[in-house]
Design a protein around this ligand. Sequence first.
Ligand SMILES: Nc1ncnc2c1ncn2[C@@H]1O[C@H](COP(=O)(O)OP(=O)(O)OP(=O)(O)O)[C@@H](O)[C@H]1O
Ligand SMILES: [Mg+2]
Length: 279
Amino acid sequence: MYFFSIKSQNISIDQSFSNSRTLFSKHRRGRPHSKSNNDISNGVNQLSMLLPYLCKQKQQTKSMIQAKQIFKTYGNLEVLKGVDIEIERGSLVSIVGRSGSGKSTLLHILGTLDLPSSGQVILDGQDTAKLTAKQLASFRNQHIGFIFQFHHLLQEFSAVENAMFPLLIAGQSQKEASAKAKELLEYLGLGDRLDHKPSELSGGEQQRVAIARAMVNKPAILLADEPTGNLDQQTATDIHQLFLKLKADFGQTCVVVTHHTEMAALSDINYTMKDGRLL
Ligand SMILES: Nc1ncnc2c1ncn2[C@@H]1O[C@H](COP(=O)(O)OP(=O)(O)OP(=O)(O)O)[C@@H](O)[C@H]1O
Ligand SMILES: [Mg+2]
């Protein structure tokens, strides 16, 4: 099962050791029992190669998203005026606020789709300003899933094809990507709509395909900009519940910009964006 092992993404140090133990025991299988000095020094070498990885796992920070003193200006227009936000791993955070207050601008900056005029964005312990453009694109592909209000599905492609794109971009084979996308769409209740194109899906179904596309890479961070803005109340409620389920099942860190008070009430923390500041 691909998708249902998503929690193993947050691999613990014990798991890392047990994985490396498995590697070592596989390595040893079929060898004579007596260990030569060479065996031991090989083991030490391999362990020392693993150490930076293991240490990195151990130093996992509590916060998944940290933004410090984010300012964003367009010409003379100051949209974000010093936003500070720290979001814990696995929490569901919502942001409400009047139209034009800067919610989407902030979400795009948190997701590295846009750069702040000044300020720092640290995701999963990584200062994003320290990455080259290529590294940033790869980091985004691996760590962040986006859900947009108007889902931006590719009209000429089916639900499965839309959902599997991030995996193809990450270099996986068509077969592998398709199997993973199907499994996830089935989890989202679209098992009988796999080959439908967006025009053959309802608004709520299209939004779920967009959620599948955002999640298929098992990103640690899911950012959603008014994901239920265009849906009727019942479908919106279903999608809100789905966010709770995703958080419970996969432990993802979700930030949702919304105008729905229902979504805000379901989240762990709700912020209000006002005049370019978070309250
Ligand atoms: N590329 C841009 N160039 C100039 N101004 C921009 C640009 N992008 C956004 N703005 C301005 O920044 C302000 C904040 O926009 P933003 O899209 O973040 O608002 P929002 O809170 O998401 O609003 P809504 O609820 O309507 O989606 C707006 O006044 C908008 O006109
Ligand atoms: Mg917006």
